[in-house]
Every structure is written in C-alpha cells, then in structure tokens.
Design a protein around this ligand. Structure first.
Ligand SMILES: Nc1ncnc2c1ncn2[C@@H]1O[C@H](COP(=O)(O)OP(=O)(O)OP(=O)(O)O)[C@@H](O)[C@H]1O
Length: 249
C-alpha cells in the first residue's frame, strides 16, 4: 500500500515559489487501479516523479508498505525503484536495441548481465503483450501501440509491485488506447500489480480505474470511487474534466 501524507513540492528555493504539490494526501491500496487526473499543470507528473523518487518532495511522507521511502538512497533507492515500474507517454524504448533486448534491459541494469532464464522470461512477457513474433524487430519498425506494449513488457520484467503510467495512452489513437488499457487491466487482474494511471482523460479513468483522485493547482480536490465521482462530481475540476460545465453560462 502507498500512503502519501501531506506531500508538498516546490521547485527552487524562492520563498514565494509556487507549490507544484500542496499538502497532497492519498492512499493507494494494493491491487487497485487508481487514476490521478487533472488539467495541465495540476501537478500530476510531479506527483508521479515524487512517488518513484525522481524528485524529492519538499515535505511530507510517502509510505510504502509501512516504510517512509522519501529519504532512501544508494542500494535501497535502487531496490525501491525496481518495485515501482514506469510507463511513459513517449514509450522510452532504446532505438538501437531489438524488442527482446529492450525487455531484457532491466535484467542487464540490475545484474550487469542477461541470463538464458532472463531471456526466456522476456519472451514470456512478450507473449503476454502479444508481441513475441516481434522479438527481433527494432522499435522504429513497430506502431506506437506496439511500442507501448513492449514498454509494458519491459516494465514487468522486474516483477514490480506498482506500475506508474504517466499519460501512457496520450500519444495513441482510440483503438491502440483501448488495447493498452485492456492489457493493463488484464495484467492487474492476473498478477495483482497495483496500477497508478496519470491522465487528463476521464475516458481513460472510466475505462480502467477503480478509484480516482482529482488534482487542481497541486491539491487533491476530490477523491473516491470512479462510480461516485462520475455520478456526482463535486469539484469544479472534475466537472470540467467530465465536461459537465455549461460553457455559455
Ligand atoms: N522542473 C520544474 N521546474 C519548475 N517548475 C516545474 C517543474 N516541473 C513542473 N513545474 C511546475 O509545476 C507545476 C505542475 O507541473 P506538472 O508537470 O507536475 O503538471 P501536470 O499536471 O503533469 O501537467 P501536464 O498535464 O501539462 O503534464 C506547473 O506549474 C509546472 O510549471
């Protein structure tokens, strides 16, 4: 379980620097698919970068399975990062490496080598995302949706407990978006991995998330089950994102 307590992040040291995150508190239960939604600049990417410690919070705590991870460094930081895989909008594949080498990359990064068992596991993961036959292809030979499926296979290589998806489907057409969302939902059901979906699309939240938190100007303005928030959006941000505002008013 991830408990985020009173998290604040300001960029820079100026006393009047705006807060990208302002007293954010959230709980993400094991096995959940949690959506974090907000408009541009709301603080979604900052939150994700704080969760995987690419950014250090200015104050507050991120407690993972009872342990405050905000001060981790060295080997404990590296092993924490292996528990938390990332999927990005831009896929982040290595263009000079084959699909199989990309999926094997986390093994190489962790152990300095890729064993035959690692290669077998990578092929199983490519099977899971329906791309085993593309193992010898290069990323440029794949569609965007296929590249994102490879990125998902790579993310799973370390058997993560959490997958953070930062606008993972924003660059994809509707059909590829659905394929990726279904894949993430199936992986969540099969493996129990917790999925955190950062998006500005209520459609994405509606399709796969169980719970959702709405961010606005760095603050959580609403959170709850997707069914409740969709049925009765209370915050202005949720109403705008759900297009329930009257533009002529
Ligand atoms: N490295 C940085 N240095 C200074 N300010 C930053 C930095 N990164 C983000 N910010 C600011 O923090 C605020 C939140 O940005 P963030 O990227 O987290 O929002 P977001 O919700 O992910 O937006 P988008 O959907 O457009 O990606 C914004 O005001 C942004 O300008």
């Amino acid at each position: 379980m991830i408990e985020i307590k009173h998290l604040t992040k300001t960029y820079g040291d100026a006393e009047d620097a705006p807060r990208a995150l302002d007293d954010v508190s959230l709980e993400i239960a094991d096995g959940d698919i949690m959506g974090i939604i907000g408009m541009s600049g709301a603080g979604k990417s900052t939150l994700v970068r704080c969760i995987n410690l690419l950014e250090r919070p200015t104050s507050g705590e991120i407690i993972v399975d009872g342990q405050d991870v905000t001060g981790l460094s060295g080997t404990s930081l590296r092993s924490y990062r292996r528990r938390v895989a990332m999927i990005f909008q831009s896929f982040g594949l290595l263009s000079q490496k084959t699909v199989l080498s990309n999926v094997c990359f986390p093994f190489l990064a962790a152990n300095g080598k890729v064993t035959p068992e690692n290669r077998e596991r990578a092929l199983e993961l490519l099977d899971m995302v329906g791309l085993r036959e593309k193992a010898s292809s290069y990323p440029s030979q794949l569609s965007g949706g296929q590249q994102q499926r490879v990125a998902i296979a790579r993310a799973l290589a370390c058997d993560p407990e959490y997958i953070l998806c930062d606008e993972a489907t924003s660059a994809l057409d509707p059909a590829s978006t659905n394929t990726i969302l279904k894949l993430l939902r199936d992986i969540n059901r099969k493996t129990g991995v917790t999925v955190i979906v950062i998006t500005h699309s209520m459609g994405v939240v509606e399709k796969i998330c169980h719970n959702v938190a709405v961010l606005e100007h760095g603050r959580v303005v609403e959170q709850g089950s997707v069914a409740d928030v969709f049925a009765n959006p209370r915050s202005n941000a949720a109403q705008v994102l759900l297009e329930r505002v009257d533009w002529d008013a």
